[in-house]
Design a protein around this ligand. Sequence first.
Ligand code: HEC
Length: 123
Amino acid sequence: MKKRSIFLLLIIFSLLTVGCKYDFILPEEVPPIDNGGDPISFSSQIAPIFAEKCISCHKPGSTSPDLTATNAYTQIVPKYINATTPASSKIYTYPTSGTHYAKVTATQAALILKWIQEGTKNN
Ligand code: HEC
């Protein structure tokens, strides 16, 4: 009887230790955004991200905001921008956190955030 309970304890103990194996998911490396001193360009750096990942749904007559190149700027500024806390801007939070349909890469996210921090230039 005693032997059996020691045996059981051993099994429980080993199950506990095996169960405590963690899989660390390393976050994607975010390269520092070096734009050669120039501000991020909305038309050549931000709109293409939307064109690649978003406009299958976010297009005229479909889901708002319309993120096609011609309309994206007026659709998201100022409605989806939080100038005081750029990282809380909806255009940044939707594709980077939570369970939205499309996610941007860490680099694309950094570009979008930097563009907001630079004052959402229409350039
Ligand atoms: C497969 C379709 C689909 C794709 C792709 C998609 N979205 Fe969406 N998006 C939706 C739908 C549907 C909604 C409205 C429901 C909701 O808020 O989740 C929405 C809502 C949003 C909103 C909030 C709108 C509001 O008025 O609150 C933002 C911002 C947004 N999407 C950004 C993006 C961005 C940026 C991308 C690309 C990286 C993207 N979405 C890709 C379907 C999509």
